[in-house]
Ligand binder design. Structure first.
Ligand code: MLT
Length: 324
């Protein structure tokens, strides 16, 4: 057989197998890595969508928490995983900020992953232990400026959303607080509730219920507008801090080289999960909303990640805060 015909046959055969491979997907359970501890805001979002996507895909999506290094440990694990559609990463803005914060990152952010889609963008809240003295945000600012060296602030490590928010807060107040890192703001919340740590800037997905219960104090939100959930809580901007207006966007990634048909199948499943009434209601109770269907796509997540790396690079460089 002439070599040209042999190559043509091999090419046709390989094209036949790729769609068949993707068409049978998924044939077994899937792992969704959350790069923070269980019980925190990232974990909460992941379990919400994983449950609905499992039902749609007909295979269980199991959440695996790999905390540490502000989310870069878990992300690094997925970067090295088999690109077969059976290992996913659900991560947030930290995927973009780590690119600047970590000068020796174990992976190239824009080369190591493929994209499924955006999930939700969650507002952050400046909170404190329930007996924290200040009664409102202006008093909080005055008190923190005067007592910075005596106050502790929890976060989930350099690269976490709680770290980014805390960094911006300390910059705005010119108050170098003592920071206390955890593997997630789930365990950090335990210490905030117990009064072992004073302040934490965290997402509504981890703070809404505590704020409602009065077990922590809330001072301001980072959303552009006040939250329907907490109409009395001022935005940081209206309280005079205009450098803290941002949301914690979350996305689902696969290792680079995952077949495009699989990323698309996962995106379709994600879009169905985000349209599910139960997910919409649960997210609303936690102060957030699902992204629209046309944002739960590989193209939208890729564009968001690229733009956010560019957005936060100068901010982090100006702060001069690095993890390594
Ligand atoms: C963070 O970046 O602060 C994370 O959301 C913490 C977490 O999910 O535990």
């Amino acid at each position: 057989m002439p070599i040209s015909r042999l190559l043509g046959a091999l090419c046709a055969a390989s094209m036949l197998t790729a769609p068949a491979f993707a068409q049978d997907y998924p044939e077994r359970a899937i792992t969704m890595v959350v790069p923070f501890s269980a019980g925190g805001p990232t974990d909460t979002v992941a379990r919400l969508v994983a449950e609905r996507m499992s039902a749609d895909l007909g295979q269980q999506i199991t959440v695996e928490n790999i905390g540490g290094a502000g989310g870069t440990l878990g992300a690094g694990n997925v970067a090295k995983a088999e690109a077969d559609g059976y290992t996913l990463l659900l991560h947030h803005i930290g995927m973009a900020t780590a690119e600047t914060l970590y000068r020796n990152l174990a992976y190239e952010t824009l080369d190591a992953f493929d994209y499924v889609g955006l999930v939700t963008e969650v507002p952050m809240v400046v909170t404190a232990r329930k007996d924290f003295e200040p009664s409102d945000f202006p008093a909080f600012v005055t008190y923190v400026k005067a007592n910075a060296d005596k106050l502790t602030m929890a976060n989930a490590g350099i690269g976490a959303a709680s770290h980014l928010c805390g960094m911006l807060l300390m910059q705005a107040l010119e108050a170098p607080l003592v920071t206390v890192p955890y593997k997630g703001t789930g365990p950090a919340m335990t210490d905030l509730l117990g009064g072992q740590v004073d302040i934490m800037c965290d997402q509504t997905t981890n703070t809404a219920q505590q704020i409602k219960a009065g077990t922590i104090k809330a001072y301001a939100v980072t959303s552009p507008e006040r939250l329907a959930l907490f109409p009395d809580l001022p935005t940081a901007k209206e309280a005079g801090v205009d450098t803290m207006q941002f949301g914690i966007w979350h996305g689902i990634y696969t290792p680079r080289g995952t077949p495009a048909e699989i990323n698309q199948r996962l995106s379709q499943s994600l879009q169905k999960a985000l349209a599910d009434e139960g997910v919409v209601t649960a997210m609303a109770e936690l102060g957030t909303t699902p992204v629209p269907a046309d944002s739960a796509t590989p193209e939208a997540l890729k564009a968001k990640l690229e733009s956010e790396i560019a957005r936060w690079k100068p901010v982090i460089e100006a702060a001069g805060v690095y993890a390594d």
